[in-house]
Design a protein around this ligand. Structure first.
Ligand code: GLP
Length: 241
């Protein structure tokens, strides 16, 4: 794992946006793997600027998102589809038909998960994947557990994640208790992974990822086994390493 410790959130976002811009310039029809949460917002805003001000062309870019709450409608302002439209897709010239976010309204969940996984394969896999890290070390919605489901699946959120994500909802009771998420194996199909962490509330998760054993108790620690991972974090997130 390549590690970059930078001064602050802005520097982290800048470096991450540059990695993505490089891949998009080199391979205009690349597949980018996307994440939600507050961490990649700065990077998405920079990519939007690169598109509108510097001519970075998203017209052929394809994207696949890690996860989505379940059940949730794409029109719901708390849905990850809504988040992606607002924070990235509407700021670039990406063709929405080329963007994929798990379907929070899917009726047959097993069939949906199989199809999502097959779609990623049919696209030729992911060229570059962005990840955030949960306070408990989760990636996507792969929560710490004694075992992990490798491929796209429906999962129950832990209390700690429900509490952490309640800041985006009116109350904790409004946070969906389930989500559809790509599994660790789906994430590992990415040729390159860029993982970001910012702020002191991520310091324990970062320590466990880098200094603990590789364990499903900290899903992010499994990333140490992937051959091309770039970890970019600010000083606060790195403070316990
Ligand atoms: C959410 C998302 C993750 C994200 C994490 C951290 O639960 N499913 O993909 O990385 O929480 O979020 P934040 O960046 O807001 O700290």
């Amino acid at each position: 794992m390549q590690i970059h410790v930078v001064e602050n959130y802005e520097k982290m976002s800048e470096l991450a946006a540059n990695y993505f811009a490089e891949v998009i310039s080199e391979k205009p029809n690349c597949v980018i793997g996307l994440a939600t949460g507050s961490t990649p917002v700065g990077m998405y805003s920079l990519l939007g600027k690169k598109c509108t001000e510097e001519g970075l062309d998203f017209s052929e870019v394809r994207s696949v998102n890690l996860d989505e709450y379940y059940p949730i409608s794409p029109e719901n302002e708390q849905s990850y589809r809504y988040f992606m439209n607002k924070n990235l897709f509407d700021k670039t010239n990406i063709d929405k038909a080329n963007t994929n976010v798990p379907d929070g309204t899917a009726k047959d969940v097993d069939a949906f998960c199989r199809e999502y996984e097959a779609k990623i394969d049919a696209m030729g896999g992911i060229d570059i994947q962005i990840l955030g890290i949960g306070r408990n070390g989760h990636i996507g919605f792969n929560e710490p557990d004694s075992y992990l489901v490798p491929f796209t699946h429906l999962t129950a959120l832990t209390e700690s994640t429900i509490e952490a994500n309640s800041r985006f909802f009116e109350s904790e009771a409004d946070v969906p208790k389930h989500a559809l998420t790509m599994g660790i194996q789906s994430v590992f199909k990415a040729r390159r992974i860029v993982i970001l962490a910012s702020g002191a509330d991520k310091a324990e998760a970062v320590r466990d990822m880098l200094k603990g054993n590789i364990s499903t108790a900290c899903p992010a620690s499994l990333l140490c086994l992937h051959p091309d991972v770039i970890f970019i974090c600010d000083k606060d997130a790195y403070s316990l390493v």
